[in-house]
Design a binder for this molecule. Structure first.
Ligand SMILES: [Zn+2]
Ligand SMILES: [Zn+2]
Length: 439
């Protein structure tokens, strides 16, 4: 107390506090007086004002500093860049601004050898993940490394961003990474149990939605880690009964997102969303039987028959001529024939192929009406995308005779269950955010 007069707060400390709190005027005033303050760092973690602003989401301070030609890739004690910290804390505006300033997406920290993509995936910030992925398309990384290699970049223990997202229970990030070329078959070297695939780690984390996503993308339930365990055994060991039920090799195979559609470059995004929805819905219907014996209760509301209304005022939409059950939502180009999302999937879908035959090519699907090659799938014009897809449901199933229009597809499509809203991500468990958390 007696030293009050001699005790003086250093200007860099004021700068760090102002950066943390977003006090732009203060930051500006300090830098006017002494621009060299920007090279100062905190004593222990070696955090610069740019790191602090990025981690705290102080976009105005961050922009102010970047406008002063500060390099965006400053390193702290752990060789973390401001971009990594912004991605870790989900500060999307700062992520975007740093990328715009040319921040390098392919820097590795010294703790786990992780990139900003690992951070975004592990902490479940899908918006930041998307921003980094989009940026990677146009940065030098894409030229030097290739985009596909970047998506599957490994940390010091051989974990890809997909491994981390699966382990940390973030189904949205899992989905996004798969959609961008994340490999379901990649094995870790040291993360988790060595030799773990993303499916092993999803089983370890216990997220049913992550398991669903990976299975729907063709993840192999029989893949063994280096201890010889399949994902089913990992889920059992950690007490995730529902995940174990889906992963049990003796339970029914899930429908897999069709290989011909995976790299269907002409697949219209809206049509793709409808098809994905139909696939997940079909798998949920299959799961009902599988999960019956477990204590798991569905996080999404059940589609009971009470929801079925004979509302014929929705008469504009045409009924699918294959199943006579669902409304036509997908149109085939160039012929213009229409069918429902379920029948479209049934057309291209196959159950999980034998891993040994996974290299065999899949024939291009053809239109079931005219047998012409499918060049493109789009959302049928008559379809009104309402807020609640169940509104489009029609209860023709009882009034129509199924013997008419018998088709080899009918069995498949009717086996796929009903179309409706899929409560995606509703079972999501928010991760605590302890980033030193070990597998
Ligand atoms: Zn149909
Ligand atoms: Zn046709």
């Amino acid at each position: 107390m007696g030293q009050k007069l001699s005790c003086r707060v250093s200007p860099e400390h004021v700068l760090f506090t102002a950066s943390q709190q977003g006090d732009v005027e203060m930051v500006e005033a300090l830098l006017e007086r002494d621009p060299s303050l920007l090279s100062q760092t905190t004593v222990y973690d070696k955090l610069s004002a740019l790191h602090i602003a990025a981690a705290c989401g102080q976009i105005q301070v961050l922009s102010l500093i970047l406008d002063r030609s500060v390099h965006p890739d400053l390193l702290n004690r752990h060789k973390q860049t401001p971009l990594m910290l912004a991605a870790m804390h989900g500060k999307i505006e700062c992520v975007q601004r740093l990328l715009q300033a040319g921040a390098n997406v392919l820097m590795f920290d010294s703790i786990h050898g992780r990139t900003c993509l690992h951070y975004a995936a592990y902490f479940g910030h899908s918006d930041c993940l998307q921003a980094v992925l989009s940026a990677a398309h146009s940065t030098p990384v894409a030229d030097s490394w290739g985009f596909a290699r970047f998506v599957n970049v490994r940390d010091g223990k051989g974990a890809t961003p997909l491994h981390l997202a699966a382990r940390a229970r973030h189904p949205e990030c899992v989905h996004m990474l798969l959609d961008n070329g994340g490999l379901v078959c990649a094995s870790t070297s040291g993360f988790g149990c060595p030799g773990s695939t993303p499916l092993h780690l999803a089983a370890r984390g216990g997220s049913l939605d992550c398991v669903r996503e990976l299975l729907a993308w063709g993840s192999d339930r029989l893949h063994r880690d280096s201890s010889g365990r399949i994902p089913y055994m990992v889920a059992l060991k950690h007490g995730h009964g529902a995940c174990a039920a889906l992963l049990n090799p003796t339970s029914a195979e899930p429908l897999v997102w069709p290989s011909p559609l995976k790299f269907f470059s002409e697949l219209n995004p809206e049509a793709k969303a409808l098809l994905e929805e139909a696939l997940m819905e079909a798998n949920r219907a299959r799961e009902k039987d599988i999960l019956k014996g477990t204590a798991y209760s569905s996080p999404s509301p059940e589609h009971t028959d009470e929801n079925l209304e004979d509302d014929t005022s929705e008469g504009e939409a045409e009924l699918c001529c294959i199943c006579f059950d669902q409304v036509c939502t997908i149109e085939v180009r160039d012929c213009g024939h229409q069918m429902c999302a379920h029948c479209t999937l049934a057309l291209c879908c196959h159950n999980k192929p034998n891993p040994s035959s996974s290299t065999t090519h899949f024939p291009t699907p053809v239109c079931p009406f005219c047998r012409s090659n499918i060049a493109q799938l789009i959302v049928a014009r008559a379809t009104k995308i309402t807020e609640d897809p169940s509104k489009l449901r029609r209860s023709f199933r009882r009034s129509r005779n199924f013997s008419e229009g018998s088709s080899s597809l009918k069995g498949l499509s009717s086996a796929m269950g009903s179309f409706g809203k899929m409560g995606k991500g509703s079972g999501r468990i928010v991760d605590g955010g302890d980033w030193t958390n070990k597998p």
